[in-house]
Design a protein around this ligand. Structure first.
Ligand code: ADP
Length: 564
């Protein structure tokens, strides 16, 4: 029997286990996935099956949800991340909508940059009418997403980007302010360095109609920036994506510019490109010696090597709904290995998240993962050949690689529940919370198990503590808890945004794709603070930034006890 939490069993049953003549067990599921991924090995299939199976069933590494759901099925799409082009004509706009529906239906999420679309009320020569504009087309995409459920299980997800110099950028910035529109979209403004310089120097900024390349409006950069900050504070949207930072770090920049990321921002991709992800559960990468707990670097290295092989194999046994996706994905062979359970690892090592020691360790761990991922991809290149577009990449001629990218920090929204650990690189959201929506219409009260274990081991666990945690979701106000434990168990909203950003920067430094992170903020956060966060994100060379002010939307998945 696999050691799974009750939440993990519930989510597996509701969404992942195949339900045909006989219902799969979790063991069957991991066997199905491992068997399919090992099927592309030329030699020693059984040995590889065994290795792949063990890292998954031990919850040391999990591939992204579509791989778990669809591996081994006829036409099983295994990737989570796609970017599709949006051109300025009706035919192309609706072709992409159809393609997005196919991708969503098979479990993937799609990102698009809408900046090529002519603005609202612009001239249309063929009908002599006026155009709907990018935001209206996004609303059509949003409605389609609402109705295309993924095999009846979950709705698709989208990223919508509009560049900061598009004529309709002001409408885009406030497009989610009614809390009703574009609910199946994350939206981000595509920011350029030029704009940030205009902002820093408080000069005017020009909006341009992409059809005519003519300036449609001139306004102060600061005014535009302030409208972004105001909306982000109010609704959490828009986030930013930093296009120049992305393209300066694009190993395939000879092939063109990247204009978009996948829905949660961790993978910048070319049009039609797809990427499959997987995450190592850092909580499982520790060893207990006589006095304390340490990172088991050997085990981590072994797991990375196996994970990179799994992700590379996934490309080879993947099903692609479109020939264009197949072509570019097989040419670049991008994969994204990341982590989950970072906060729980820090707790086990007794290092507070909000500390320089934690930030330094983040760099050390991610540097290690990056180096070992590249070593593994290099070894695969020697056996299997470099990715086909390698000669045009910045790695040629010296560094052989099987994959144009190797690392991404995905949010691990579902797989961290299966692995029973904390999300990606996020701090614990709360020590106790009501979780709604793992399965629709359910609400559950949960207390973090790592916290309970620690308190029990120190003889500090009691019924009274339990009630106080349930009431407050935090231990900061509980009497008789030593300061070092209060620091160790600070939750997301008790951690200054500065440390949230420092962790994102530490991981981004050694992540060739991008880092998905939400900077969770207390309800009292000010306009000036959000402005500083967004500016700091650019200065830190992050590829994107997303904030969320507690309580600013009413459909949060996790509700903090004591905060709402
Ligand atoms: P998981 O834990 O389910 O593997 P993540 O939360 O790590 O997935 O998200 C990784 C990526 O998977 C996202 O950036 C997005 O591209 C895609 N994704 C996540 N949720 C959905 C969804 N409901 N529909 C479509 N794609 C999704």
């Amino acid at each position: 029997m696999i050691n799974l939490s009750s939440n993990a069993r519930q989510i597996l049953k509701a969404r992942y286990l195949r339900n045909t003549d006989v219902t799969e067990t979790p063991t069957d599921l991991f066997e199905r996935v491992a068997r399919h991924i090992a099927s592309v090995e030329n030699e020693n299939k059984d040995l590889w099956f065994d290795r792949f199976y063990k890292v998954m069933r031990n919850l040391e590494f999990l591939p992204n949800s579509p791989t778990l759901m669809n591996a081994g099925l006829p036409n099983g799409q295994l990737s989570a991340c796609f970017v599709l082009p949006v051109e300025d004509n009706l035919n192309a706009i609706f072709t992409t909508l159809k393609n997005a529906a196919l991708i969503h239906h098979n479990g993937g999420g799609t990102g698009y940059n809408f900046s090529k679309i002519r603005p609202k009320d612009d001239f249309i020569s063929s009908s002599e009418g006026s155009s709907a504009g990018p935001v209206s087309f996004m609303k059509i995409y949003d409605t389609a997403t609402e109705y295309v459920k993924q095999a009846g299980k979950r709705r698709g997800a989208n990223m919508g980007i509009l560049n900061i110099n598009h004529s309709d950028i002001e409408e885009f910035i406030s497009s989610k302010s009614d809390f009703k529109s574009l609910q199946n979209f994350n939206i981000s403004v595509g920011i350029t360095n030029d704009f940030m310089y205009a902002l820093e120097n408080d000069i005017d900024w020009q909006l341009v109609n992409p059809r005519t390349n003519k300036v449609s409006k001139t306004l102060s950069a600061k005014k535009l920036w302030d409208s972004i900050i105001e909306q982000a504070l109010k609704t959490g949207d828009p986030g930013l994506i930093f296009l120049d930072t992305i393209n300066q770090n694009n190993p395939l920049n000879k092939l063109g510019e990247i204009q978009s990321t996948n829905p949660c921002g961790e993978v910048p991709l070319f049009n039609y490109e797809s990427c499959n992800l997987g995450s190592i559960n850092l909580k499982k990468m520790v060893v207990q010696n006589s006095t304390n707990i340490e990172i088991d670097w050997k085990k981590l290295e072994r797991t990375i090597t196996t994970a990179i092989r799994i992700l590379d194999n996934v490309i080879s046994c993947n099903y692609f709904v479109l020939s264009q996706i197949q072509e570019i994905t097989l040419a670049n062979r991008k994969i994204g290995l990341g982590v989950m359970g970072w906060a729980e690892l820090l707790i086990m090592l007794e290092i507070p998240y909000a500390s320089n020691k934690a930030v330094e360790l983040a760099e050390t761990v991610m540097k290690f993962i990056h180096e070992k991922s590249y070593n593994a991809s290099q070894l695969l290149a020697k056996k299997r050949g470099c990715f086909p577009s390698w000669k045009q990449s910045s790695f040629a001629p010296h560094m052989l690689l099987r994959n144009a990218t190797c690392n991404s920090i995905a949010p691990t929204g579902s797989i961290s529940i299966i692995a029973d650990t904390s999300y990606a690189i996020e701090p614990l959201y709360a020590l106790a919370y009501k979780r709604t929506g793992i399965l629709e219409n359910t609400t559950q009260m949960e207390i973090n198990a790592t916290f309970v274990d620690k308190m029990k081991s120190l003889g500090l666990w009691s019924e009274q503590l339990r009630s106080e945690i349930i009431e407050k979701g935090s231990i900061q106000h509980v009497k008789n808890i030593p300061t070092h434990l209060k620091n160790l168990f600070k939750t997301s909203l008790e951690i200054s945004w500065k440390y949230h950003l420092l962790h994102q920067r530490a991981f981004q430094r050694y992540t060739d794709n991008a880092v998905s992170k939400t900077i969770n903020l207390p309800n009292t956060t000010t306009f000036e603070e959000v402005s500083e966060i967004y500016k700091t994100a650019w200065k830190y060379k992050l590829k994107g930034i997303t904030i969320y002010r507690n309580g600013s939307r009413n459909n949060q998945i996790l509700q903090l006890c004591g905060y709402n």
